[in-house]
Design a protein around this ligand. Structure first.
Ligand SMILES: Cc1ncc(COP(=O)(O)O)c(C=O)c1O
Length: 373
């Protein structure tokens, strides 16, 4: 028997002729930036997630940064966030001079534990950045209540959670400012890009000005009312975004089916846990497929064996507080967030994307089962 060693990638975007058509239309129009595709993209996206306002930006990171700036998070302020996330959810307010405070995550959901957040609140706390990690909705209601009771700003980093639902409603529709990201490994892509949804007109106006060098509403090209950034998306990317939103329902259901297939293939494999199932309050949008290996497993050996068999995998996610720059700047050390640190040692992302072939998933499952034996 010959064993296939064709590489199965970790992720791959889902693009079609409609996307090409929409991008070509923009190229042929000559309106490459600040044109009508951006507004159209914002409209269809806002409608899709149930938010009254959306502002498209250059990345998820820039969207988060703008919300941190608008909230006035700055020097002397503490912001509580998740250590088990991508660095941007903490960097966004560090850019403004605020100090990160990491509260530990819940072992099951891998999202911020509301009790740990409450315990971390001090008189200097000004905000919370909550993350829907791996597309699983965070505990929005308890966090919102904490924010209200303590006068804190709540920002939702939904970069991985487009289409997820919390308590029966799509993320983005709950009234909390949220950020989505469109790097090519995400559910939908614009190449690079992101979008901020808000239910507050004033916040939306600030977003639109700040992403565009602080230009004033109705002011001239060289009139700058405030210190802004160039965090604009362009019309080429926005056009791609329109095409992607048009087929988002298909994308999400294909990903759901692929995740269910992995669930079946891995059900009988010893030495790992599959991702947490949905419940009445939480419906995941499948961003990545991350398994948790049993304690004591040599993860590096598993990764090397998968690699040998042509299966990509990744150590999703390292704990942010233990990154080199965090240790140097703030003196964070092991033991600060034990749940996150333990997950960081044991979680492993498998190849997962919208058009992944069932046969390739079988190969992944067989390779993983063999590596764990
Ligand atoms: C949780 C989380 N936050 C923020 C980001 C930042 O998004 P971007 O890469 O578009 O800046 C990402 C995406 O990588 C993410 O996964």
């Amino acid at each position: 028997m010959t064993v296939s060693t064709r590489q199965i990638p970790l992720s791959s975007p889902y693009l079609d002729e409609r996307d090409e058509e929409l991008v070509l239309e923009v190229l042929r129009s000559g309106r490459l930036s600040l044109g009508p595709a951006i507004e159209r993209f914002e409209q269809v996206f806002a409608e899709k997630v149930g938010a009254p306002y959306a502002a498209a930006v250059s990345s998820g990171t820039s969207g988060l940064h703008l919300l941190a700036a608008i909230a006035g998070l700055g020097k002397g302020d503490e912001v509580i966030t998740s250590p088990y996330s991508f660095v941007a959810s903490a960097n966004c307010f560090i850019y403004e001079g605020a100090t990160p405070v990491f509260a530990d995550v819940d072992e099951r959901t891998m999202n911020l534990d509301a009790a740990a957040v409450e315990a971390a609140i001090t008189p200097r706390t000004k905000g919370i950045v909550a993350v829907d990690i791996f597309g699983y909705p965070c505990e929005l209601d308890p966090l919102r209540e904490l924010a209200q009771n303590h006068g804190l700003v709540l920002i939702q980093d939904a970069c991985e959670a487009l289409g997820a639902e919390y308590r029966g409603r799509t993320i983005g529709s709950h009234g909390v400012d949220a950020v989505f990201a469109f790097y090519p490994n995400k559910q939908m892509t614009t190449g690079e890009g992101g979008i901020v949804t808000t239910h507050d007109e004033g916040t939306w106006r600030s977003l639109v000005s700040l992403r565009n060098q602080g230009r004033a509403d109705g002011g001239g090209w060289l009139d700058h009312a405030r210190l802004g950034f160039n965090y604009r998306i362009d019309d080429i990317r926005a056009a791609l975004g329109i095409g992607q939103v048009e087929k988002l329902d298909t994308i999400l259901s294909l990903r759901q089916a692929a995740a269910a297939r992995y669930g079946e293939l891995l059900a009988g494999v010893d030495g790992l846990e599959v991702p947490l199932a949905d419940d009445a309050d939480h419906v995941r949008s499948w961003f990545v497929y991350v398994v948790t290996l049993a304690g004591g497993t040599d993860r590096e050996r598993v990764i090397a064996e998968l690699e040998r068999l042509g299966v990509a995998s990744s150590r999703y996610l390292p704990s942010i507080h233990l990154q080199a720059y965090m240790r140097e700047r703030y003196g964070f050390r092991e033991g600060l967030c034990p749940v996150s640190e333990d997950l960081s040692q044991r979680t492993l992302a498998l190849p997962f994307f919208t058009a992944i072939e069932p046969q390739d998933q079988e190969r992944v499952a067989e390779a993983l089962a063999g590596a764990l034996r």
